[in-house]
Design a protein around this ligand. Structure first.
Ligand code: C2O
Ligand code: CU
Length: 459
């Protein structure tokens, strides 16, 4: 087999600079356009994002007025390396205030883009976000003001923080998976609360799946036996998505908070809104295409499948099928908890007056929950309303310990976990990022109707 060109390039780049600051360029990620880094300093990534109205065509023959970052839906890929400083010069050209929240990034709370701390950026104004990227992984960014409308309209993008030494021989692909609710003209269905609409009753389920902003599957070419890394995020308002891979051996190698210590195989991954998975995919060459399918459960207990990506095989220079040498990730310790927080998710009222609560309060009337930083913490999240809620905590990662008292094997660090209705999930966190943090349901219509609270992590 030929030596792969990327290896040669890696060696060449390593020798070229006498300056030890010269780094190997970040590996490309197929599927999204990356926003240019305008700062030449090796450990600083500086980008500009502008949110503005524009139009897109999701469904052939129709036009959808969207809100976009840099004219793209989804927004451009932001990529950097762990430990870099990320600077985002943000301009709001929308007709209403907004912020950018960095979903999953353990940034300082003043940079977290939540209106409880940062005054929203007014139309015509700018804000400079600046923070260090403490963790490698697949993250995303989106507004935290009227998010149920702003994210649905297109304000969402992937943010990849590469490992210190990213594997250069692994092709990377990004998949931003979304569903939107469009009317016949292609416009977004009304954002007024309309619980008579069957898809809106418990949050806005879309009627149109988008894969990197398109209804058609992303196309590509893969090489049998050559491993790839696929990064998935579910950016829908409400709908949980499942994903499956065809024509390849595949494993989960990363979740919300980065690489897992033990990659594992599974039949399909379940992505509640906000969740990310990194998959290692090795095309077998036994089928004539490799695909990523989004699977949605049917009422009859089966699955409807929609291809998000289809690739033909290129047999010119096949690989051996050997998994890449992933750098070792130590399993996260889980010491005995020294403090506990309980959050009960519930609802009250009905129809268009429904309110979604955490610990019997809606956002605005809530009592912030206080915990000590850098302390082993048990989080108990209870579901009392029989509805499913993806719980999301800002600023920290947690491990999933048990569901309904049964220990679970869901390895890795998360910032989002799905309550499926009438259940109790036990989480563990070290609470290692002091500050004021949102804790909320990531079904954006539930959040808009109260299902958010604040966790104060005291230094
Ligand atoms: Cu994805 Cu509070 O956010
Ligand atoms: Cu909810």
């Amino acid at each position: 087999m030929m030596t792969r060109l990327t290896t040669l390039f890696l060696v060449a780049a390593g020798c070229a600079g006498s300056d030890s600051d010269v780094l190997v360029p970040l590996p490309p990620i197929a599927g999204l356009t990356a926003v240019p880094d305008t700062d030449a300093t090796p450990d600083v990534v500086e980008v500009s994002l502008t949110a503005a109205e524009m139009s897109a065509s999701f469904v052939e023959g129709t036009t959808t007025p969207v809100w976009a970052y840099n004219g793209q839906v989804p927004g451009p890929l932001i990529q950097a390396r762990v430990g870099d400083t990320l600077i985002v010069n943000f301009t709001n050209d929308l007709p209403e205030p907004t912020t950018i929240h960095w979903h999953g990034l353990r940034v300082p709370d003043v940079m977290d883009g939540v209106p409880a701390i940062q005054d929203p950026v007014q139309p015509g104004d700018s804000f400079r976000y600046e923070f260090v990227l403490p963790d490698a992984g697949t993250f995303w960014y989106h507004p935290h003001v009227r998010a149920h409308e702003q994210i649905e309209r297109g304000l969402q993008g992937m943010l990849v923080v590469h490992e210190a030494e990213p594997l250069q021989d692994v092709t990377q692909r990004a998949f931003v998976l979304d569903d939107v609710l469009l009317d016949e003209s292609g416009a977004f269905y009304t954002f007024d609360v309309d619980n008579s609409h069957p898809l809106q009753v418990h949050g806005r389920n879309g009627n149109t799946l988008l894969f990197n902003g398109r209804t058609e599957p992303v196309q590509g070419t893969v090489t049998p036996g050559i491993p790839e890394r696929w990064r998935l995020v579910n950016t829908a308002n409400t709908r949980t998505l499942w994903a499956e891979v065809r024509g390849a051996r595949w494993r989960v190698v990363g979740v919300d908070g980065g690489r897992v210590s033990e990659p594992y195989t599974t039949e399909r991954v379940r992505l509640p809104v906000g969740r990310r998975y990194d998959l290692e995919v090795i095309p077998t060459g036994r089928e004539d295409e490799v695909a990523l399918d989004v699977a949605l459960p049917t009422a009859e207990g089966g699955w409807d499948r929609y291809s998000a990506f289809t690739a033909t095989l290129d047999w010119t220079d096949p690989g051996t099928g050997t998994p890449p040498p992933w750098p070792v990730v130590e399993p996260e310790p889980r010491p005995e908890p020294e403090q506990e927080v309980v959050l009960t998710f519930d609802g009250r009222g009905g129809g268009t007056n429904i309110e979604w609560t955490i610990n019997d309060e809606v956002w605005g009337q809530h009592d912030p929950l206080e915990v000590r930083a850098h302390t082993p913490t048990r989080l108990v999240i209870r579901e009392a309303s029989r509805a499913a809620h993806p719980f999301h905590l800002h600023g920290q990662f947690f491990q999933v310990v048990s569901r309904n008292g049964q220990p679970v094997d869901e390895p890795g660090l998360f910032d989002t976990v799905l309550l499926t209705g009438d259940d109790e999930v036990e989480l563990f966190s070290m609470m290692d990022n002091p500050g004021r943090w949102m804790a909320h349901c990531h079904i954006l219509e539930h959040a808009a109707r109260g299902m958010m609270t604040e966790m104060v992590v005291l230094e």
